[in-house]
Design a binder for this molecule. Sequence first.
Ligand code: B1M
Length: 211
Amino acid sequence: MSILNEISSWLQQGRAPKVKACVQQALDEGIPASEILEQGLLDGMGIIGQKFKNNEVFVPEVLIAARAMSKGVEVLRPHLVEDGVEEKGTVVLGTVKGDLHDIGKNLVRMMMEGKGLKVIDLGVDVPVEKFLDAARENDARIICCSALLTTTMGEMRSVVEAVEASELKGKVSIMIGGAPVTQTFCEQIGASRYTADAATAAEVALELCTA
Ligand code: B1M
């Protein structure tokens, strides 16, 4: 098995120390960082993302794989900057104000990072203005809001209204998701896109960033 296949395979198994060691070995062998990212780490995360979408693996496996991916990226990051790998776009992500649920949001982040997007993760309990400020500061293409409570999903409407009333109108898309959120709600509040799961959110975000 090639070292890149090994990285992908260890990542799918969530074996962070093995992923780190193999990424270092691949660098030592002179493989470009971009190739290690694309054909090793992103390949593995892509397979996990697809399996998650098809209910073949579940949240714990995804979280463990994602942690292994983060460890691999840590080793790679300085080399990626050196190699001048272009990020595919910047996304601001957070759980809306009043809401502390972050497991789904973290999955969305990991899937998006797995697609080569730069994610500015604002964490949980994020007020409307913080989403907008972060989008301005980072020249983001998308604001992504997660909400798990029926009592907090209304915050998404406030984000849409604030963007519409600002200079970001027409420049920034707004993606929404979380267990109580629906396509109907998305249409009601005028958000750009609703996606039901993290893997689809990452696919749509990449589509919007590269359109
Ligand atoms: Co909370 N909680 N919780 N909770 N909690 C729910 C959401 C609830 C449905 C449980 C229930 O009553 N059956 C209920 C909400 C009811 C409602 O509003 N209709 C509830 C409640 C009431 C509460 C509290 C109010 C309880 C209390 O204190 N009385 C409180 C609120 C705190 C607050 O936020 N202010 C509370 C607290 C907590 C914990 C802290 C204990 C913990 C959160 C820990 C954490 O996140 N670090 C917790 C948990 C774990 C849950 C349940 C059990 C699991 C949520 C979860 O992580 N699911 C949940 C019950 C349930 O959902 N079955 C529940 C796994 C996760 C992977 O799924 O987040 O849906 P999810 O993400 C999915 C998709 O939704 C999507 O991608 C993910 C998968 O691919 N997705 C997006 C998510 N964000 C997206 C964004 C996108 C696109 C897709 O684009 C931007």
